[in-house]
Design a protein around this ligand. Structure first.
Ligand code: SF4
Length: 433
């Protein structure tokens, strides 16, 4: 009877993805979907995790296409930032964040417009160990309310990717049926196991770990955070909010132009730098053409940026050295005259698209105020720590975004904390310094 009710919810689907952890719930929905729709199974986890191993085996039993979404440290840390951004201003507890990561990655990576999952079974069929001996009416109501909130959140997560999440266990008819069952049939999903065992005895008897444990997410995050998971999640929430604040189109350009622009920008206001660059690059498009112009003509063209004579001499000298190409390593760039670590990192990031954090005065000041790095950290240490904490995918936003943020909001003097979107999370370390 339960299988029939569940099947009704999926019998009209034509092509679906199934969030498949290898437990009895997702196995059941995968089997029912496969009777009607072209079905692909998706499993998220570390390669040696419980879920990936179980799912691989059970996908073979069902003879369905199986797509593992394998995690590594970088992909996981990236997902933490994205899930926290999605959850705002909702739950931020480590367990909730970890719990949503596998489903979030299915929402992001599945190819089908409709994804089916086994969520709800634990709440209705008392899959949690603590309810093996029964559940009070009040607790049952609380559990169902929690489920409602989770379902709403997870549906919104799929909607963000233009997809629909179908949860057969939360269908009203299924809910009513499950709640009408006596405890001995509900607890530990006995009814589900018993109906499924007539078709797949082995799959029906399997035990399952919660998604955050089965996928290996919690284990890896505990390792990354040195056991301080709550602190880690709090800090990643701050980073996620910061990235939301500073992300935007990134101005990438020819490495040669980025390098020359950096020299022009030194001790110059942004609009003046832009004007000087426009004037210079309208007359010279390559290092050779700049060398041909010579220091005098270059200084005339970049005059709006100030200190034009010194800058022109350095630019011409630089261009002589890069006629065969701009080096694409930090060491190579820092071997050029007048190129320091910040300029080298700016060229690597915005000229070569490398995942590098370039630390200038704004990045240095703001990361300290936010408590992301110690107040006495050197610029090299700031770079190293930020690169440890910010996954490669997001690093390109840091320099460009913090320069703007540092001019408009977190200003060197009198930062606008009152209107800053980070205010509730920011410890405001060294404020006023
Ligand atoms: S709250 Fe204040 S100190 Fe913190 S980032 Fe915002 S402006 Fe800067």
């Amino acid at each position: 009877m339960l299988l029939e009710l569940l099947e009704r919810r999926v019998e009209n689907l034509k092509r679906v993805g199934v969030a498949f952890s290898g437990g009895v719930d997702s196995f059941t929905v995968a089997y029912l979907c496969s009777r009607h729709a072209e079905t692909t199974l998706y499993t998220v986890g570390f390669p040696d995790s419980h879920d990936v191993k179980a799912a691989r085996e059970l996908a073979r039993v069902l003879e369905l296409d199986w797509v593992p979404i394998l995690l590594d440290r970088e992909r996981l840390e990236e997902a933490v930032i994205e899930v926290l951004d999605f959850l705002e201003p909702g739950p931020r507890l480590p367990v909730e964040v970890c719990f949503e990561i596998p489903l979030y990655l299915v929402a992001k990576n599945s190819r089908e417009r409709v994804v089916v999952a086994g969520q709800g079974s634990d709440e209705l069929l008392l899959g949690y160990h603590r309810y093996r001996n029964g559940i009070g009416a009040e607790e049952q109501i609380r559990l169902l309310k929690e489920l409602e909130k989770t379902v709403e959140r997870e549906r919104a997560m799929f909607a963000r990717f233009g997809k629909e999440l179908v949860l057969p266990f939360t269908d009203p008819e299924v809910v009513e049926f499950c709640l009408s069952l006596p405890l001995e049939k509900r607890a530990d999903k006995k009814i589900l196991r018993s109906e499924l065992s007539r078709i797949f005895p082995d799959a029906a008897s399997r035990k399952k770990k919660a998604a955050q444990y089965g996928s290996g997410v919690v284990k890896e995050l505990k390792k990354i955070s040195g056991g301080r998971l709550a602190e880690y999640v709090r800090e990643r929430l701050l980073i996620s909010r910061l990235l939301r604040e500073i992300s935007g189109p990134v101005r990438e350009a020819d490495p040669f132009r980025v390098l020359v622009s950096c020299v022009i920008s030194q001790r110059s206001r942004e609009e003046r730098t832009e004007e000087a660059c426009r004037r210079l690059f309208s007359r010279a498009k390559t290092p050779e053409e700049i060398v041909e112009l010579g220091p005098e003509k270059v200084s005339e063209l970049i005059k709006p940026a100030g200190l034009y004579r010194e800058k022109a001499a350095r630019i011409v000298e630089l261009c002589k050295r890069i006629s065969s190409g701009v080096p694409d390593t930090r060491e190579g760039l820092m071997g050029l005259p007048g190129v320091g670590p910040k300029t080298a990192d700016v060229v690597l990031c915005y000229g070569f698209g490398k995942p590098v954090v370039a630390v200038d005065t704004h990045v240095n000041r703001i990361s300290k105020r936010l408590g992301l790095v110690p107040g006495d950290a050197s610029r090299e240490a700031v770079k190293r720590i930020l690169e440890e904490k910010i996954p490669p995918k997001f690093r390109k936003y840091v320099n460009q975004g913090l320069v703007r943020f540092g001019r408009e909001v977190c200003r060197p003097v009198r930062p606008r904390c009152g209107s800053c979107n980070l205010s509730d999370l920011c410890p405001k370390v060294y404020i006023g310094s």
